[in-house]
Write a protein that binds this ligand. Structure first.
Ligand code: ZN
Length: 378
């Protein structure tokens, strides 16, 4: 997401004014210089721009970031996915004003257990790492939402392809952009990438944004991957978006308002910033209590000494418990069981082979979610 880009826009306006002024003053000189916006667009073919606009997004300040186009400040559109989206119908018909809004494609029922991976660029940055964890808890804890976010650390499971990867932007974003995300795709999957500008600073203080701000950003970006557009899309002049039923015409508190990258999360954790953000997600994805959390356990497969294991589904929904069991396997005799409210387990074992099992139950879903992992201790 971007900061409220008054500075940025002001700079652009100044530049435009300068161009206009130049053309007025030196009218004999041929001044056909393109604006920054026009030159961005020139490099992108008309069919692609039209495709993006058909999806409802504005191409006004579109940027080419290599494999992605960046539109509306923090929405990433995959070139590969766009190329596959043939013959898109006019999906967005109605300009219904300012409201919680949805993307053209949503997540289908079979993809609502969502895996999210983070790599070293994120878990090595405590402010952004804790933001991811808190944002995951906030979305998971939302009563009546069927979205089950499962967070794991990529380094432990490098072969596992997550539904959403969160990683550093590697210099892709300008200094005004904190993060960006992909919307869900035509095949009913969540947007598969969130890029984070870990160098992003609050332009007012020039300090790196703090945890309450990174948390706000991460709730927002995950919201995009789940199919939420900017609540204030109309005010931001961002194409067309469909209003989500059960949401109001305007919502100053919505975490999905665009241009809010320096806003802070200050709600009573784990509540979403606005009750209408909760209304939006539960309207799009109403809970199916007989659906199941499909978790996994993140941690080293071989280790010695003490190690920490993370069960991927972390939530503060009412009644949720975690039952951990460690059982000796392949000739190792051992058993330990423990029930608690934590998805994290510290383990220190004698050399041998073990199976770690974590069951999550008692929360929003009636079926127990079970994750296992076999480990070798040297
Ligand atoms: Zn955004």
């Amino acid at each position: 997401m971007k900061t409220q880009t008054t500075l940025n826009r002001f700079t652009i306006r100044l530049a435009l004014a300068a161009v206009l002024l130049t053309s007025v003053i030196s009218s004999c000189k041929k001044t056909d210089e393109p604006t920054a916006e026009a030159s961005h667009k020139q490099a992108i073919d008309a069919a692609t721009l039209s495709k993006i606009e058909t999806l409802g997004y504005s191409t006004k300040e579109i940027k080419d970031l290599g494999a992605y186009y960046l539109v509306e400040n923090d929405i990433l559109l995959s070139k590969e996915t766009l190329a596959k989206s043939k013959g898109i119908e006019k999906l967005m018909g109605l300009d219904q004003g300012i409201s919680q809004a949805q993307t053209p494609y949503l997540i289908s029922g079979s993809y609502q257990n969502v895996t999210i991976s983070i790599d070293q660029s994120i878990w090595g940055n405590s402010t952004w790492y804790s933001a991811v964890v808190q944002a995951v808890v906030i979305w998971n804890s939302t009563a009546n939402s069927n979205i089950k976010l499962n967070l794991f650390i990529k380094d432990y499971d490098p072969s596992l392809l997550a539904d959403i990867e969160i990683r550093g932007d590697n210099g892709a974003f300008d200094i005004y952009t904190a993060a960006g995300a992909l919307p869900p795709t035509y095949d009913g999957k969540p947007g598969n990438l969130i890029l984070v500008n870990t160098d992003f600073r609050d332009p007012n203080t020039n300090y790196f944004i703090d945890n309450s701000q990174t948390t706000w950003n991460m709730i927002h970006e995950i919201g995009h991957t789940l199919g939420l557009r900017h609540t204030n899309w109309d005010e931001m002049d961002e194409g067309y978006a469909a209003q989500i039923p059960n949401t109001p015409n305007t919502d100053a508190y919505s975490v999905m308002n665009g241009g809010t990258a320096i806003s802070s999360y200050s709600s009573s954790y784990p509540a979403l910033p606005s009750v209408y953000d909760a209304a939006a997600i539960t309207t799009l994805y109403p809970i199916n209590t007989s659906s199941t959390v499909v978790p996994m356990i993140s941690g080293p497969s071989t280790f010695s000494g003490e190690r920490t294991f993370h069960m991927s589904y972390k939530s503060l929904e009412a009644g949720l418990s975690y039952h951990w069991e460690v059982t000796g396997i392949s000739g190792t005799t051992y058993y330990y069981g423990y029930t608690g409210s934590e998805n994290i387990f510290e383990l220190s074992l004698s050399p041998g082979s073990y199976q770690i099992k974590c069951s999550v139950y008692g929360g929003k879903y009636s079926t127990t979610g079970i994750a296992t992992k076999n480990v070798t201790v040297n």
